[in-house]
Design a protein around this ligand. Structure first.
Ligand SMILES: N[C@@H](CCC(=O)N[C@@H](CS)C(=O)NCC(=O)O)C(=O)O
Length: 203
Protein backbone atom coordinates (compact mmCIF):
# COMPACT_ATOMS: atom_id res chain seq x y z
CA UNK A 1 0.00 0.00 0.00
CA UNK A 2 1.08 3.59 -0.66
CA UNK A 3 -0.03 6.62 1.31
CA UNK A 4 0.18 9.96 -0.47
CA UNK A 5 0.92 12.46 2.25
CA UNK A 6 2.51 15.90 2.66
CA UNK A 7 4.80 17.34 5.29
CA UNK A 8 3.09 19.84 7.61
CA UNK A 9 -0.43 18.98 6.39
CA UNK A 10 -3.09 18.21 8.98
CA UNK A 11 -5.20 15.52 7.29
CA UNK A 12 -2.35 13.18 6.32
CA UNK A 13 -0.80 13.73 9.75
CA UNK A 14 -3.92 12.16 11.31
CA UNK A 15 -3.43 9.04 9.17
CA UNK A 16 0.27 8.91 10.11
CA UNK A 17 -0.66 9.09 13.80
CA UNK A 18 -3.23 6.33 13.25
CA UNK A 19 -0.64 4.15 11.47
CA UNK A 20 1.87 4.73 14.30
CA UNK A 21 -0.73 3.88 16.98
CA UNK A 22 -1.46 0.61 15.15
CA UNK A 23 2.24 -0.15 14.54
CA UNK A 24 1.55 -0.73 10.81
CA UNK A 25 4.81 -1.12 8.90
CA UNK A 26 3.91 -2.06 5.32
CA UNK A 27 2.73 1.29 3.98
CA UNK A 28 5.05 3.29 1.74
CA UNK A 29 4.74 7.01 2.44
CA UNK A 30 5.02 9.34 -0.55
CA UNK A 31 5.27 13.01 0.37
CA UNK A 32 3.95 15.54 -2.13
CA UNK A 33 5.14 19.13 -1.99
CA UNK A 34 1.89 21.11 -1.75
CA UNK A 35 3.66 24.47 -2.06
CA UNK A 36 5.01 23.31 -5.43
CA UNK A 37 1.56 22.02 -6.36
CA UNK A 38 2.68 18.42 -6.75
CA UNK A 39 -0.88 17.46 -5.77
CA UNK A 40 -2.26 19.31 -8.80
CA UNK A 41 -0.40 17.31 -11.45
CA UNK A 42 -2.33 15.16 -13.94
CA UNK A 43 -0.49 12.14 -12.57
CA UNK A 44 -1.76 12.74 -9.02
CA UNK A 45 -5.23 13.80 -10.21
CA UNK A 46 -5.53 10.37 -11.84
CA UNK A 47 -5.16 8.96 -8.31
CA UNK A 48 -7.04 11.66 -6.39
CA UNK A 49 -9.33 13.72 -8.65
CA UNK A 50 -9.91 16.20 -5.79
CA UNK A 51 -6.15 16.98 -5.62
CA UNK A 52 -6.06 16.45 -1.87
CA UNK A 53 -3.94 14.40 0.47
CA UNK A 54 -4.13 11.88 2.04
CA UNK A 55 -4.96 9.13 -0.42
CA UNK A 56 -4.26 5.45 0.09
CA UNK A 57 -3.47 3.35 -2.97
CA UNK A 58 -3.92 -0.38 -2.46
CA UNK A 59 -1.73 -3.01 -4.13
CA UNK A 60 -4.45 -3.66 -6.76
CA UNK A 61 -4.49 0.06 -7.66
CA UNK A 62 -7.74 0.89 -5.87
CA UNK A 63 -7.66 4.29 -4.19
CA UNK A 64 -9.28 5.36 -0.93
CA UNK A 65 -9.71 9.10 -0.38
CA UNK A 66 -10.63 10.88 2.87
CA UNK A 67 -8.82 10.58 6.18
CA UNK A 68 -11.59 8.78 8.06
CA UNK A 69 -12.28 6.34 5.23
CA UNK A 70 -8.58 5.45 5.10
CA UNK A 71 -8.40 5.01 8.87
CA UNK A 72 -11.56 2.88 8.94
CA UNK A 73 -10.12 0.64 6.21
CA UNK A 74 -6.88 0.24 8.18
CA UNK A 75 -8.86 -0.47 11.38
CA UNK A 76 -10.51 -3.42 9.59
CA UNK A 77 -7.15 -4.76 8.40
CA UNK A 78 -5.41 -4.11 11.72
CA UNK A 79 -8.07 -4.31 14.45
CA UNK A 80 -5.64 -3.91 17.38
CA UNK A 81 -5.47 -1.62 19.21
CA UNK A 82 -9.08 -0.70 18.55
CA UNK A 83 -9.48 3.01 17.82
CA UNK A 84 -13.05 3.27 16.46
CA UNK A 85 -14.90 1.64 19.36
CA UNK A 86 -16.16 -1.79 20.31
CA UNK A 87 -19.60 -1.59 21.94
CA UNK A 88 -22.48 0.14 20.09
CA UNK A 89 -22.36 2.97 22.64
CA UNK A 90 -18.61 3.41 22.34
CA UNK A 91 -18.75 3.43 18.52
CA UNK A 92 -21.51 6.07 18.64
CA UNK A 93 -19.65 8.17 21.22
CA UNK A 94 -16.43 8.22 19.20
CA UNK A 95 -18.35 9.11 16.03
CA UNK A 96 -20.24 11.82 17.92
CA UNK A 97 -17.10 13.55 19.18
CA UNK A 98 -15.40 13.10 15.83
CA UNK A 99 -18.31 14.78 14.02
CA UNK A 100 -18.81 17.53 16.62
CA UNK A 101 -15.14 18.44 16.62
CA UNK A 102 -15.00 18.33 12.80
CA UNK A 103 -17.92 20.68 12.30
CA UNK A 104 -17.57 22.96 15.29
CA UNK A 105 -13.83 23.13 15.82
CA UNK A 106 -11.82 21.96 12.83
CA UNK A 107 -13.82 23.66 10.06
CA UNK A 108 -14.00 27.14 11.68
CA UNK A 109 -10.28 26.93 12.51
CA UNK A 110 -9.45 25.71 9.01
CA UNK A 111 -11.47 28.51 7.41
CA UNK A 112 -9.98 31.03 9.84
CA UNK A 113 -6.53 30.02 8.67
CA UNK A 114 -7.10 29.39 4.98
CA UNK A 115 -9.04 32.61 4.38
CA UNK A 116 -6.66 34.95 6.22
CA UNK A 117 -3.11 33.64 5.93
CA UNK A 118 -1.02 35.10 3.06
CA UNK A 119 0.67 31.72 2.58
CA UNK A 120 -2.70 30.15 1.65
CA UNK A 121 -3.44 32.58 -1.19
CA UNK A 122 -2.39 30.08 -3.82
CA UNK A 123 -4.61 27.31 -2.47
CA UNK A 124 -7.74 29.23 -1.39
CA UNK A 125 -10.07 31.77 -2.98
CA UNK A 126 -9.70 33.95 0.10
CA UNK A 127 -12.45 35.94 1.82
CA UNK A 128 -10.81 37.61 4.80
CA UNK A 129 -14.05 38.75 6.45
CA UNK A 130 -15.37 35.19 6.36
CA UNK A 131 -12.09 33.89 7.76
CA UNK A 132 -12.11 36.32 10.68
CA UNK A 133 -15.76 35.52 11.46
CA UNK A 134 -14.95 31.81 11.44
CA UNK A 135 -12.08 32.48 13.86
CA UNK A 136 -14.60 33.92 16.32
CA UNK A 137 -16.81 30.84 15.90
CA UNK A 138 -13.73 28.76 16.67
CA UNK A 139 -13.03 30.73 19.87
CA UNK A 140 -16.53 29.88 21.13
CA UNK A 141 -16.02 26.22 20.27
CA UNK A 142 -12.68 26.21 22.06
CA UNK A 143 -14.45 27.42 25.20
CA UNK A 144 -17.02 24.65 24.81
CA UNK A 145 -14.40 21.93 24.29
CA UNK A 146 -12.40 23.32 27.22
CA UNK A 147 -15.43 22.69 29.45
CA UNK A 148 -16.03 19.24 27.95
CA UNK A 149 -12.47 18.04 28.58
CA UNK A 150 -12.37 19.43 32.14
CA UNK A 151 -13.69 16.19 33.68
CA UNK A 152 -11.99 13.60 31.48
CA UNK A 153 -8.65 12.44 30.17
CA UNK A 154 -9.87 11.45 26.69
CA UNK A 155 -12.51 13.08 24.54
CA UNK A 156 -14.75 10.04 23.94
CA UNK A 157 -14.50 7.90 27.05
CA UNK A 158 -11.97 6.08 29.16
CA UNK A 159 -9.33 5.44 26.55
CA UNK A 160 -7.47 6.95 23.60
CA UNK A 161 -9.48 6.70 20.35
CA UNK A 162 -9.77 8.10 16.85
CA UNK A 163 -11.70 11.04 18.31
CA UNK A 164 -8.54 12.04 20.24
CA UNK A 165 -6.48 11.88 17.04
CA UNK A 166 -8.97 14.29 15.51
CA UNK A 167 -9.30 16.74 18.41
CA UNK A 168 -5.65 16.77 19.49
CA UNK A 169 -4.20 17.12 15.98
CA UNK A 170 -6.64 19.93 15.19
CA UNK A 171 -5.70 21.77 18.39
CA UNK A 172 -1.97 21.27 17.89
CA UNK A 173 -2.02 22.25 14.26
CA UNK A 174 -4.70 24.87 13.68
CA UNK A 175 -4.97 26.91 16.88
CA UNK A 176 -1.59 28.62 16.56
CA UNK A 177 -2.13 29.23 12.84
CA UNK A 178 -5.17 31.32 13.86
CA UNK A 179 -3.04 33.39 16.24
CA UNK A 180 -4.96 31.94 19.18
CA UNK A 181 -3.05 30.96 22.31
CA UNK A 182 -4.04 27.49 23.49
CA UNK A 183 -2.81 28.48 26.97
CA UNK A 184 -5.98 30.61 27.26
CA UNK A 185 -7.83 27.28 27.50
CA UNK A 186 -6.45 25.64 30.61
CA UNK A 187 -8.11 22.22 30.31
CA UNK A 188 -7.38 21.85 26.62
CA UNK A 189 -3.76 22.80 27.27
CA UNK A 190 -3.47 20.06 29.89
CA UNK A 191 -5.14 17.59 27.51
CA UNK A 192 -2.64 18.44 24.76
CA UNK A 193 0.29 18.15 27.16
CA UNK A 194 -0.81 14.60 28.01
CA UNK A 195 -1.68 13.51 24.46
CA UNK A 196 1.51 14.93 22.95
CA UNK A 197 3.53 12.54 25.13
CA UNK A 198 2.31 9.66 22.97
CA UNK A 199 5.10 8.59 20.59
CA UNK A 200 2.64 8.57 17.66
CA UNK A 201 2.28 12.36 17.96
CA UNK A 202 5.98 13.03 17.57
CA UNK A 203 6.12 11.85 13.95
N1 LIG B 1 -11.71 15.91 3.85
C1 LIG B 1 -10.36 15.60 3.43
C2 LIG B 1 -9.53 16.87 3.47
C3 LIG B 1 -8.19 16.68 2.81
C4 LIG B 1 -7.46 18.00 2.67
O1 LIG B 1 -8.07 19.07 2.61
N2 LIG B 1 -6.12 17.93 2.63
C5 LIG B 1 -5.33 19.13 2.48
C6 LIG B 1 -4.07 19.01 3.30
S1 LIG B 1 -4.45 18.99 5.01
C7 LIG B 1 -4.95 19.29 1.02
O2 LIG B 1 -4.72 18.32 0.34
N3 LIG B 1 -4.89 20.54 0.55
C8 LIG B 1 -4.51 20.83 -0.78
C9 LIG B 1 -5.20 22.06 -1.32
O3 LIG B 1 -5.92 22.72 -0.56
O4 LIG B 1 -5.01 22.33 -2.49
C10 LIG B 1 -9.77 14.52 4.33
O5 LIG B 1 -10.17 14.46 5.51
O6 LIG B 1 -8.95 13.72 3.89
Amino acid sequence: MKLYSAKLALSPWKVLIFIAEKGIKNIEIINLDLANKEHKTDEYKAIAPNSRVPSLVLDDGTTILETSAICRYLECLYPEPNLFGESPMEIATIEMWYALSSHELMLPLAHGFRHTHPGMKELENQNKEFGLAQREVARKSLKYFDRVISDREFIAGERFTYADIQVASVLMYLVKLNKIELSEYENLSEYITQISRRPSFSI
